[in-house]
Design a protein around this ligand. Structure first.
Ligand SMILES: NC(=O)c1ccc[n+]([C@@H]2O[C@H](COP(=O)([O-])OP(=O)(O)OC[C@H]3O[C@@H](n4cnc5c(N)ncnc54)[C@H](O)[C@@H]3O)[C@@H](O)[C@H]2O)c1
Length: 331
């Protein structure tokens, strides 16, 4: 089958390789000509590793003509604009497989909602999100990975499952909890930044284990507040993705937090990051949600103050430790 990939960065190019490995034909679209040239020379634009068979273009029109199945792999920050561009050039129904993780600050919209805003009904065939614990750095080396495809349209979740699963390194589960899967993938980035901050500040593995455990409860609260199923947060797209992101140097969110914890100013860290640090937007969105829905997210709230109000990390830790003592609950 022919499949187009919108956004040929670390993840988009890697997933194009998965699809090629699985016998499909891909065309990757990116606005960055340098990256497109690299892909056409058989080199992964971010990892400088050899890739096979993938073709790339800077023409969105060519990409939409190539296939009606579109993998959306641009960072969420650019998603609305990208979808609006797609809508202008659409001439038939498109089938969207989103692999980007994030919630839009201010509107608090998930990518599926942004798709509904930007894509006219006549061009919107179906939508699924493919998400879970995955570093592109490992998938491109064909290291074993397990993800979830979620959709409100069960046949389309199964289509995505079949497109990406293979017998050697990638297994896909399906889910009907689109909200839970989208929200888990977005909010775990916020906790991953905090994990980096704590590590950079010099805290150890005890603290990280506590953060992951209490952090997943904050993800559960956000998932519930946004209408998802609590149990989804305890699956691949919640706790699974949190574990992989909160304890790995491959995570840009963890790395950004690491530098902040070491005392490098937040603005400098974000300006120097080669890639988009989506956890910062996730912290902003979750903080907005705290205010709107009245939910309690103590870790994310202090992280917000560290990032946006220059609260020293030392004071943030004191704030968390001096909260009212209470029984452990898993709500
Ligand atoms: N990298 C990973 O391991 C990984 C794993 C799972 C999910 N994701 C998610 O995938 C999304 C993309 O991440 P990434 O790591 O590939 O980011 P990246 O920064 O490596 O690449 C993003 C690419 O999108 C391109 N782009 C930006 N605006 C565009 C537009 N309007 N049209 C076309 N291309 C555009 C950029 O030029 C860049 O090449 C993120 O939401 C991320 O959370 C990444």
């Amino acid at each position: 089958m022919k499949i187009s990939v919108i956004g040929g960065g670390s993840w988009g190019t890697t997933l194009a390789q998965v699809l090629e490995d699985n016998g499909h034909e891909t065309l990757v679209y990116d606005i960055n000509k340098e990256g497109v040239d690299k892909i056409n020379k058989g080199i992964h634009p971010f990892f400088d590793l050899p890739i096979e068979k993938i073709k790339a273009t800077t023409s969105l029109e060519e990409t939409l003509n190539f296939s009606d199945h579109l993998v959306l792999a641009v960072p969420t920050k650019f998603m609305r604009q990208s979808l609006s561009d797609i809508n202008k050039l659409s001439f038939r129904k498109n089938y969207f497989i989103n692999v980007s993780k994030g919630i839009e600050p201010n509107t608090l919209k998930r990518v599926s909602e942004i798709v509904k805003d930007e894509i006219s009904k006549e061009f919107l065939g179906a939508y699924a999100v493919l998400t879970g614990p995955s570093h592109a750095e490992e998938v491109i080396l064909r290291k074993l990975t397990v993800l979830t495809a979620a959709s409100e349209t069960s046949w389309f979740a199964q289509t995505v499952q079949k497109l990406f699963s293979n017998r050697t390194y990638l297994r896909i589960y399906t889910s009907d909890d689109l909200i839970g899967c989208e929200v888990g993938g977005a909010i775990k980035n916020a906790i991953a930044i905090v994990s980096g901050i704590m590590t950079g500040f010099g805290l150890g593995e005890n603290a990280r284990a506590a953060l992951i455990t209490r952090g997943i409860l904050e993800i559960v609260r956000v998932v519930s507040a946004m209408g998802g199923k609590k149990e989804t947060a305890f699956g691949l797209t919640g706790i699974g993705d949190l574990i992989v992101t909160a304890s790995s140097n491959n995570s840009r969110n963890f790395n950004a937090g690491l530098k902040i914890g070491q005392g490098i100013p937040v603005d400098q860290v974000l300006a120097e990051s080669r890639m988009v640090v989506e956890g910062v937007r996730a912290i902003q969105a979750a903080k907005d949600l705290c205010i709107k829905e009245g939910i309690e997210l103590p870790i994310i709230e202090v992280a917000y103050d560290v990032i946006f109000n220059q609260l020293p990390v030392k004071d943030a830790i004191t704030l968390l430790l001096t909260r009212e003592l209470k029984a452990e609950t898993l709500e």
